[in-house]
Design a protein around this ligand. Sequence first.
Ligand code: NAP
Length: 501
Amino acid sequence: MSFDSFPVCLCLTGKTIAANLAALESQRSKIDIAELRADCLDPSEKFLIRSFPEKAGLPCILTVRRRSDGGLFEDGEGVRLVMIAKALSYARSDANANFAYADLESDFHMPAIEEACRTFGTRIIRSRHFIDGMPEDLDAVWEPLIQEEDEIPKLAMTPQNASDLSRLIGWAATLPNRDRLVIGMGTYGFPSRALARRMGSLFCYTSFDSPEMPLAAPGQTTPDSFISVYRGKETGPKSSLYALLGSKSILNSLSPSIHNTAFRNMGKDALIVPFPSESIESALVNMKLLDAKGAAITVPLKEDVLPYLSFVSTDVKRIGACNTLVARDGGWAGYNTDADGFERSALEFLGREDFKGMKVTLIGAGGAAKSVALSLHRKGAECVILNRTLSTARTLARKHDFIWGPLDDRAIDVVTRYSDFIVQATSVGMGGEIQGDPLEFYEFDGHEMVFDLIYRPAKTTFLGRAEAAGCKIINGLKMLRYQAAGQYRLWMGEEPPLEYY
Ligand code: NAP
């Protein structure tokens, strides 16, 4: 079977054939293949499976996944065998009315069914799933999957960290050319899905992702995300790869969407993909394995990366953190675009050229606050830095000749004096475990200009309270865009297109 471009497969996990067909119809323009996960169907729907390919009107995969492989099928192997046999039975001369593929696990060997598949042009996907981790010996689990030349071996496993992903990527690169599917599931496996084409996979599995149509496997994207956000169809092994490096939360970052939109519209054969990484060391190994040209770095790796830089920009030296890597002949060059991003968005917001004559409260003394402090200092602000950990506030304040204080009601007076501009640069308010308002002890009177670096949620409790008191407010979205524009300039060596940043 051949496709015009890299194929996208939509996994259908609805309880009814009608629900699956409705989901398929809504995604038809974006997908090339549909996988009917027959294990997810209500029992009464199962007699309708045979007619699914004809109704679907595009190549379909039949899958009846057992619980032990990450599916919902609970009856015995005899029942499963009958279900598969019925779905493939009465093959029609019109191939479009038959399943194009049947996913049969490596321990499912039923010569009559396999023979029928071959006779009527249904390709067997010979699969093995590791839903809780990675097998030690990848070659050993691969070997039984590649016994028949006309079958498509599929190995899906679950990296537990970025080092596991390195093992997966390194091993996949050694495989000889053939139709195959090699997938890393879950958070750490995500890059292998977004880079399915680069990984040598025949197509990419995606999910509809709604309450009625849950993800078929952990880490799957929607067809839209795969195509639009990650450029999965239009880029390939030779495209310039950039990585977004950080903790697991980067899978929710807006950065890939911002950069990839700009790359597409500027005609760049480039893409950026998030690599959740537990350490900078494993992140850098993955970048080397995939020949990445650069990276955007977020918390908590911005400082950890410093020992690995062969060139350090002035801002990185002053801030003590690096948010951008560029591959150079001699190694990684490290830059920081956060201070510029903050400065541009803050001055636009304030309608000023600099911060001279302004008394500013900066809340936080972490990586982002360090960039903000540099900008406030070089553009002439007077500032007090408040932080939960007083010692880090003191270290940062001393660097810039600022004053410092604790982040509690002992700081009410100093905030009142430094209240022209209040900048919130802690993680408090991002949601999850870090909810709340870091300045709850202070009452806004409406004259303060208030900036929260957080952009998701768009309005934190802190920002909402300031707005309700009559303050002018801004969240961190523009800062994010402007610091990303700086990254584009460093990576592409040209001015960033302002309409996309
Ligand atoms: P970070 O280096 O981990 O620093 C975290 C800061 O938050 C520290 O000051 C920390 O205080 C404080 N903090 C954390 N939990 C707290 C709590 N429960 N109560 C009081 N203070 C707490 O993180 P970061 O890189 O600076 O990022 C901080 C925020 O800025 C994040 O929300 C991030 O998304 C945002 N950010 C936005 C942009 C943008 O472009 N808009 C760019 C960078 C960062 P301690 O020192 O006491 O731990």
